[in-house]
Design a protein around this ligand. Structure first.
Ligand code: FRU
Length: 502
């Protein structure tokens, strides 16, 4: 039975979506149907297509009582909206249906697990937030909340675990047909921990172990965990709040953390062997992964960060988009990310230059656009003298640009959107330590109207940022202080031939 709250949201979103023109949204990144979007939820393959749900407030372009938006896709690049899947319409989730995940049950139905948020009244008129885990069962379009919700609550926490910070369940089906689930929580020391639960049938869940503890090392609370095996290594992803910076690896505020290690399913304990950031840019948070039918582990994150939401006015018709789907792999003990290979099918109009000398500012014929896939390989133009700096500017006109600059002596790559048109004093720059391989740096830059994603050295690192510069600013220029020798391969990215008319 669809509640009144959900019916209203569905009616509202259908009307409002029509007010947003195709060109006012990203072309191949999923953006909110209307209003506000944050975390990806329930990222899954179900009944022959990918499903993506998302944290959603349809009524305004700012965060509000959370619903679950819903979209489907066959290639993770062309998305169709479906009606909102969940609304905060029960006592246990009246303050929001927070993040969660999806699996297929053995009888073919889809099971969603999400965090129900409600407020509990304490004495003296004070309130306390209560977070519990709840289920909804559906057919890929309509979902019914489980009558026995919540299925996990304060009674299922380890000693000292916080009731107010107990969220973002990520479930998966194990090889023997039973289910596992990781959930973010806060321990008595105020620091994050990941809890591990198991279930025979997806409905009855048991606390198994504290899978990993932060001990206040990487920020405080750990949000949105994901756990999977990849190339013989276990990967634990989580998004810590309140980070302190650490060199060029971790920045202040909300960050993304990838821990590699060993996971013992018997004890439910994860032993960490390596840590790194997932994204080194400005806008990336709360990623979630799916296993594709052909065995690829693909990750999508919210291409935004809580600390930089001020870059876009809540008066705009939409706020929030997802990152590109990224294929994950482990190489040399690190997490690598590559844009999903389906993107290559969208490439049109190849323009290629080899061995271009850059010694000042130059423009190259045919190199421009706001939906493009461009690979640069840069090396010293003069074998005896290292250049001081290389920069590429894009989304550029007389007034605006966003820049990527590289200083080889420090090996620092900087993304800078200070001149992208924002009138807010938000975070506009980020520096990252990168590696030159045999004196070369490789940058694959993907633009889609309102964003840039930079894949460094075939995915060894990624930097993502949103840019809301007017679309007429479509120039690309190159600059060097010193002499650089550069190869460029550039394609237009088009979803279909109709796009060519734009
Ligand atoms: C992460 C997060 C989650 C929570 C959701 C609420 O961005 O804070 O922990 O479930 O957003 O919208």
């Amino acid at each position: 039975m669809t509640s009144q709250t959900l019916r209203e949201a569905r009616k509202y979103e259908e009307a409002c979506e029509k007010r947003i023109k195709k060109e006012e949204r990203p072309a191949f990144h999923l953006s909110t149907r209307t209003g506000w979007m944050n975390d990806p939820n329930g990222f899954s393959w179900y009944q022959g297509r990918y499903h993506m749900f998302y944290q959603y407030y349809p009524y305004e372009s700012k965060w509000g009582p959370m619903h679950w938006g819903h979209a489907v896709s066959e290639d993770l690049l062309r998305w169709d909206y479906l009606p909102a899947a969940l609304a905060p319409d029960e006592l246990y989730d009246m303050d929001g249906c927070f993040s969660g995940s999806a699996v297929e049950l053995s009888d073919g139905r889809q099971l969603l697990m999400y965090t129900g948020v409600s407020r509990e009244r304490l004495r003296q008129g004070e309130h306390r937030e209560v977070q519990t885990q709840c289920l909804a069962i559906g057919d890929g379009i309509d979902y019914e909340k489980y009558a026995q919700n919540p299925v996990l609550d304060a009674n299922d926490l380890p000693k000292g675990g916080s009731v107010a910070d107990f969220r973002d369940p990520k479930m998966w089906k194990r090889a023997d047909g039973t289910y596992g689930c990781v959930i973010g929580n806060r321990a008595a020391d105020g620091s994050g921990q990941i809890l591990y639960y198991t279930s025979e049938d997806g409905f009855h869940w048991n606390f198994k172990s504290i899978l990993a503890s932060n001990f206040n090392r990487f920020g405080k609370m750990w949000e949105c965990p994901d756990l999977f095996e990849l190339d013989g290594t276990w990967v634990l992803l989580t998004s810590p709040q309140d980070m302190l910076p650490e060199g060029f690896e971790y920045h202040n505020g909300n960050g993304t953390l990838c821990l590699l290690g060993e996971f013992d399913e018997k004890t439910g304990f994860f032993r960490e062997t390596h840590n790194q950031s997932v994204d080194y840019g400005i806008d990336f948070y709360a990623p979630q992964t799916v296993l594709t039918p052909d065995g690829r582990r693909v990750m999508i994150g919210w291409m935004q960060n809580w600390d930089s939401c001020g870059i876009r006015s809540p008066k705009e018709k939409w706020f929030g988009q997802m990152s590109l789907p990224r294929e994950l792999s482990i190489k040399g003990g690190r997490l690598f990310q590559a844009p999903i290979r389906e993107l290559e099918k969208m490439r049109r109009d190849k323009v290629e230059y080899t061995g271009v000398t850059v010694a000042d500012t130059i423009w190259l014929d045919g190199i421009k656009g706001r939906k493009l896939d461009m690979e640069l390989t840069i090396r010293p133009g003069n074998p005896k003298e290292l250049y001081q700096k290389f920069a590429v500017r894009f989304a550029q006109n007389e007034r605006y640009y966003t820049a990527l600059s590289f200083r080889p002596r420090e090996s620092i790559l900087k993304i800078d959107r200070k001149f992208a048109g924002s009138r807010r004093a938000s975070i506009h720059q980020r520096r990252s330590l990168v590696r030159m391989v045999e004196n070369e740096l490789k940058l694959r830059i993907i633009l889609d109207r309102f964003s840039v994603e930079v894949f460094v050295n075939d995915g060894e690192q990624v930097l993502s940022a949103t840019i809301y510069t007017q679309q007429e600013a479509d120039g690309v220029s190159f600059f060097a202080d010193g002499v650089v020798n550069m190869d460029v391969v550039k394609y237009e990215l088009r979803l279909d031939e109709a796009d060519a008319l734009e």
